[in-house]
Design a protein around this ligand. Structure first.
Ligand code: MN
Ligand code: MN
Length: 466
């Protein structure tokens, strides 16, 4: 008995993935994270993420699907949907109707979108009205440097790219908050009511011009926009401009063991999934990488995972491999398997009360699988089949991928979802599998570099599975 106990104790000594990781692998983990942080700094919106993914895919030999008349084993293709979502595929040796392996992540992130009539002047300031996107805690978005990213679509069809606030010489933008001296009533409110959505107004100027009849400050901003970007105030009606934290990704901690950055939900899984499909060794199964938009607001719209554009991408591939059978699509989907690559909440010792420790993800213990998501009684969960979870565990075991199994928070505390159920609805086997992060949906989320690297290894092993 004592002997067994000591073995168990020894096993438990290796509590964290870093333990037993040699110097060579540690330096691989660190340099992987450097590239990841570069990606985060260039890809702060879904559109920018798509551009970065195209660039990295092209460098790895991928070509646009439309450029290919036919597809055969080993071909690498990508297809972009309206500049906001993208799918990649590496053709396997087996017929596609036997099913494919997919890793699906999302590339949109919580942020503040400008309203379509954003600009106004009040109290010596020019300001932008915003409408927040995704589930966020509003108080976190005041008094932090913001950058503006996006596009303005003009009536003549020209698209103006906007990216202001990232360069050292660029101005930044800011949402004000009440000084503590006058915040007695605000402080007494519920945290969720302390800052309301209509308080999320971004300061964009304070210098009046000399020419306008009224609203000199607003008119000065309009003049600057006209001069620098050739856009009129009305053009905001057909603009998509996102205010995002202007901060860059940084290493976190004395030991630099973590990444702190905006938008790691879900670009941490998007980047690791992308690197996995770029680096994988082609096998019998076709590999598919999904990088979806709109997950944070329900996966709706023609760039979200619910969109039939995903089927169109698959149909194009089927057709180009010579398959035109009417049931081929459904047969293929039902034979396919996917990891829904999305983040989950890491156990936070400061807020331990919302977690059930036996089933919480701990930072530094590897990527995490979640058999089900949903909230309060698995509501909304696709709940992966035990057989499939076992299959994925086997892959991770053989590839030496350090992983843990968790759910998000105590049962009655809340919950969340991913694109898993949408893929499962299509008939696929799907398991949630991603990186645990702290401060999810905040302007500056953090994740373990070890877990990030394990996600890369795990996704790669899955895509390569036979
Ligand atoms: Mn997510
Ligand atoms: Mn999210």
């Amino acid at each position: 008995m004592n002997y067994n106990k000591s073995i168990n104790e020894k096993k438990n000594l290796k509590k964290y993935g870093w333990q037993g990781t040699d110097d060579r692998q540690k330096s691989q983990i660190m340099s992987f994270s450097e590239d990841y942080m570069d990606f985060l700094n260039r890809a702060k919106t879904e559109r920018e993420s798509v551009n970065e993914i195209i660039q990295l895919a092209k460098n790895a030999g991928f070509v646009e699907l439309s450029e290919k008349e036919t597809l055969t084993q080993g071909d690498k293709v990508y297809s972009v949907n309206r500049g906001k979502s993208i799918c990649l595929a590496v053709l396997g040796s087996e017929p596609l109707v036997n099913g494919f392996n997919a890793v699906g992540a999302h590339i949109d992130a919580p942020r503040l979108d400008l309203k379509q009539n954003p600009l106004y002047e009040d109290g010596g300031l020019a300001l932008f009205k915003t409408h927040y996107y995704g589930g966020l805690k509003k108080y976190q978005w005041t008094t932090i440097p913001l950058a503006l990213h996006g596009v303005v679509a003009k009536t003549d069809g020209t698209i103006v790219d906007i990216n202001i606030g990232e360069g050292d010489e660029d101005p930044i933008f800011l949402i004000t908050d009440l000084l503590p001296h006058l915040a007695g009533k605000q402080n007494a409110k519920k945290l969720s009511d302390g800052i309301i959505a209509e308080n999320l107004n971004i300061v964009v100027g304070s210098m009046p011009d000399d020419c306008a009849e009224e609203e000199h400050i607003k008119s000065n901003v309009i003049a600057i926009l006209k001069e620098k970007y050739d856009i009129e105030e009305e053009d905001f009606r057909s603009a998509e401009i996102e205010a995002v934290p202007a901060a860059k990704a940084r290493s976190l901690g004395f030991d630099k063991s973590m990444v702190a950055a905006y938008g790691q939900d879900d670009r941490v899984c998007a980047y690791t999934g992308l690197k996995a499909i770029l680096d994988m060794n082609p096998t019998n199964k076709t590999a598919v990488g999904i990088f979806a938009d709109k997950e944070e607001i329900g996966s709706m719209g023609n760039t979200g995972m619910h969109s039939k554009n995903f089927e169109l991408f698959l149909m194009d591939i089927l057709e180009k491999t010579g398959v035109v059978h009417p049931y081929a699509m459904q047969r293929m989907l039902s034979a396919s398997r996917a990891l829904s690559a999305d983040v989950t909440a890491a156990y936070d010792p400061t807020y331990a009360e919302v977690m059930e420790k036996n089933n919480a993800s701990i930072i530094g213990k590897g990527l995490t699988i979640k058999k089900y998501t949903g909230a309060r009684g698995k509501s909304g969960a696709s709940d992966a089949n035990a057989e499939f979870v076992g299959f994925v565990r086997g892959i991770f075991k053989r590839a030496n991928v350090c992983y843990q199994s968790s759910e998000m928070g105590k049962v009655d505390e809340g919950g969340g979802g991913t694109i898993a159920y949408i893929l499962a609805d299509r008939g696929m086997e799907v398991l949630d599998c991603g990186v645990p992060i702290h401060s999810m949906h905040s302007p500056y989320e953090s994740a373990s570099k070890y877990d990030i690297y394990m996600a890369y290894l795990g996704y790669k092993a899955f895509l390569e599975s036979k």
